[in-house]
Design a protein around this ligand. Structure first.
Ligand SMILES: Nc1ncnc2c1ncn2[C@@H]1O[C@H](COP(=O)(O)OP(=O)(O)OP(=O)(O)O)[C@@H](O)[C@H]1O
Length: 335
């Protein structure tokens, strides 16, 4: 198979889920098109219900598109689904390894299920055990491993058949910071393998920023923005300004912020007794003092205030209108 410049080519993908005879179908994808360069790491980001899982399901042949086409590793996901399956690895959010089988048994089983012969399966399991630093755990049941080690085993098991595209669905969710850092190291190492393409779905924007060559933010089944993390951050220009709020009255906060010259893109989010004000300014440190004074004068209780260079969180906030995983902004909060 000649190497194509694109490991994934999705064209006008539409997915409608039927929900009942009398209710309209859910439009999970509304004509999503994108390409993923061979050998790159692609970050798929979006709020809950944006269509990330649906996109992944279509690309991994677990769901059919209502219309549109997609090719993965050179094969059409509908007409040539069997070929796609032999060329991809998929690590779902839940663990896919058997808790009662040992690390070695799990890897050998995964290889056998992929049609690899017995002798070859043992060899591949051995190589992955070395590659993923699993040697000290090799005879332990998977169910007795720590969360981070179990996740490494999940990823290793998805690679037994040497796929050319690896789908990682929230690979570090639930991991402690140390295990997360270890998993980042693994993903970076995999990304260094020229022929492997990685599609990474994550709720951690910092993770996407560090690992992905390109990211795509989806919302309501459509592409919001796509690009390299560096370019998306550079497009924002200026600084992010953030103030933590207590018992905030969103309207009052917004009025106070509106009185501060040079402050733009103000978003006030309230979540129960706390909240936050996010905004942008060409020079964040210059607007911080007047902003604090304005909030104080308006009787707004606030905590930490900070200024930061553009992050992927700022990119997300700018394009989607609320922070990633944060509370939705109150009506008309974006200014
Ligand atoms: N089987 C289904 N039947 C009906 N509606 C569905 C089904 N699966 C997903 N949906 C709806 O399609 C939309 C997109 O869902 P999807 O799971 O793809 O989003 P997501 O971005 O993966 O969200 P999350 O981050 O919560 O996993 C949502 O409105 C969801 O409720």
């Amino acid at each position: 198979m000649p190497t194509s410049p694109h490991a994934i080519e999705a064209e006008a993908l539409v997915k409608r889920y039927r929900t009942g005879r009398r209710t309209p179908p859910v439009e999970a994808l509304r004509g999503l098109s994108f390409e993923v360069a061979t050998g790159s790491v692609f970050g798929l980001l979006g709020p809950n219900g944006a269509g990330k899982s649906t996109t992944t399901k279509i690309l991994t042949t677990l769901a059919l598109p209502t219309s549109g086409t997609a090719r993965v590793a050179g094969a059409d996901v509908v007409r040539d689904a069997a070929a796609v399956r032999t060329r991809i690895g998929y690590v779902s959010q839940g663990t896919s390894t058997d808790p009662l089988l040992t690390v070695r048994e799990n890897l050998e089983l995964a290889a056998r299920l992929r049609g690899v012969g017995r002798a070859d399966a043992a060899g591949r399991a051995g190589r992955l055990i070395d590659e993923f630093a699993l040697a000290e755990h090799v005879e332990r049941p998977a169910g007795k491993l720590s969360g981070g080690t179990r996740r490494r085993l999940d990823v290793a098991a998805a690679l037994v058949h040497a796929p050319s595209v690896l789908f990682l669905d929230e690979p570090t969710t639930g991991l402690d910071p140390e295990s997360r850092a270890a998993m980042w190291g693994e993903i970076r190492r995999l990304a260094g393998q020229e022929s492997l393409t990685v599609v990474l779905t994550t709720h951690y924007l910092e993770e996407a920023d560090r690992l992905a060559d390109r990211v795509m933010i989806v919302d309501h089944g459509a592409k919001v923005v796509e690009g390299t993390p560096q370019a998306l951050k550079a497009d924002l220009a200026g600084d992010g300004v953030r103030v933590e709020l207590f018992e905030p009255d969103a309207d009052r906060v917004r009025r106070a912020a509106a009185s501060v010259p040079l402050l733009r893109d103000v978003v006030v989010e309230v979540s129960g007794p706390t909240g936050s004000l996010n905004a942008r300014a060409a020079d964040g440190s210059a607007v911080l003092a007047p902003l604090i004074q304005a909030l104080d004068a308006a009787g707004v209780a606030f905590g930490a205030a900070s200024v930061s260079g553009p992050t992927l969180d700022d990119v997300y906030l700018h394009h989607v209108g609320h922070s990633f995983g944060g509370a939705h902004p109150t009506e008309g909060a974006a200014a």
